[in-house]
Design a protein around this ligand. Structure first.
Ligand code: KG4
Ligand code: ZN
Length: 337
């Protein structure tokens, strides 16, 4: 047995509205605790000021819970990883400041993590793990990217959204339909009970970039027209509307992914980010894999939406390369991948 000291990482995620902390031992997740913020439901979206305050309240209990669940002692922690960006500035500042204070108090190094890179590396939080290179469709509330993943820390963005993100398309449509925020999971739930009988147009965007704002507008006009003749149209057709919206969002995503497969010749494909929890997208990826004989990777639900385990996995690979940062580090709201 080797008596080499294990690498025990504490990781922090606070970029949007979830406060999360995780403990990893030699790259293996021991705990992954998340405090969700229910308050945003009241406002139909994330209110930055409310999110920052909730992070401030949640961060210490969430870290304590992660340490306790992992069954380790705080003194055993080798380094701390944290989300530096992209995200909401006030939310990021809570996590970054906490990480700085913790690192200083415990005299351990700090590792900054890009949230979008972490969504991709969430695939290495559990088995089966993809082999390089693979294409990852990262779809969240703030981002939509097709990424060519050459290695843990070597990624190239091949396409991105020119307006709304895929998650925003779900959430904004949900708002029009009168659903609570975040609407993605609810649209997914109702879509299962309906059929995609309403046809919304697919935007014509060059290359591997995406656009979702036109879809939102066409849904809005379609509903306005229908509601004129039947004020109960949404209530009576909610399941079919949700199935139709989801079907179009998924086909926009999958068609671009097919294009990326054609262009790169890569035969391993993955999805990541909050929208990768969507059952329509998960099924479509599996079908595409079968159709084109590709290897497909779909994360466990707990690693789709924002979580600190994915921050820890990324921090682990950066730790191995000794990529540390100093106390002068500041959050970056628009951090590029
Ligand atoms: O990755 P994430 O937790 O946070 C960001 O980094 O943005 O993603 C949140 C997004 C929200 O837009 C939410 O509606 C969407 O993921 N989402 C879903 C589902 N679960 C979460 N969208 C569609 N279907 C789902 N099942
Ligand atoms: Zn995210």
């Amino acid at each position: 047995m080797s008596d080499k000291k294990p690498i025990i990482l504490l990781s922090i995620e606070s970029s949007c509205d979830d406060t999360s902390a995780a403990i990893l031992k030699d790259g293996v997740v021991l705990s992954n605790c998340i405090a969700n913020q229910e308050a945003h439901k009241l406002y139909g979206g994330v209110v930055p000021e409310v999110a920052s305050r909730a992070h401030q309240k949640n961060i210490i209990p969430v870290v304590h819970m992660a340490i306790q669940k992992a069954g380790i002692d705080k003194k055993e922690i080798t380094a701390i990883g944290f989300t530096r960006g992209p995200g909401l500035m006030g939310s990021l500042m809570v996590g970054v400041s906490y990480a700085k204070a913790f690192a200083l108090a415990m005299n351990i190094p700090m590792i900054e993590v890009n949230h979008m890179q972490a969504h991709v590396l969430a695939h290495f939080a559990a088995d089966p793990k993809p082999t390089f290179p693979f294409l990852c469709l990262t779809v969240s509330g703030g981002h939509t990217q097709i990424v060519l993943v050459k290695d843990y820390l070597d990624m190239e963005v091949l396409g991105t959204t020119i307006d709304d993100a895929a998650g925003e398309a779900f959430d904004k449509t949900g708002k029009i339909l009168g659903l609570d925020y975040p609407a993605g999971p609810l649209i997914d739930k109702y879509a299962k009970l309906g059929s995609p009988i309403f046809k919304f147009p697919e935007p014509k965007i060059e290359g591997l970039n995406f656009s979702f704002s036109g879809l939102k507008t066409s849904i809005l006009y379609f509903l306005k027209k229908e509601l004129k003749t039947n004020p109960d149209f949404i209530k009576e057709n909610l399941n079919d509307i949700c199935a139709s919206v989801q079907d179009r969002i998924v086909s926009i995503l999958i068609n671009k992914l097919k294009k990326a497969i054609e262009q790169t010749g890569v035969d391993s494909i993955a999805i990541a980010g909050g929208v990768s929890a969507n059952s329509g997208l998960r099924n479509a990826l599996t079908d595409l894999g079968k159709e084109q004989n590709l290897q497909t990777f779909i994360p466990e639900f707990q690693y789709c939406t924002d979580n600190a385990a994915m921050i820890g996995v990324t921090a682990y690979y950066k730790y191995l390369k000794k990529e540390f940062v100093g106390q002068d580090t500041v959050p970056v709201a628009r951090m590029k991948l």
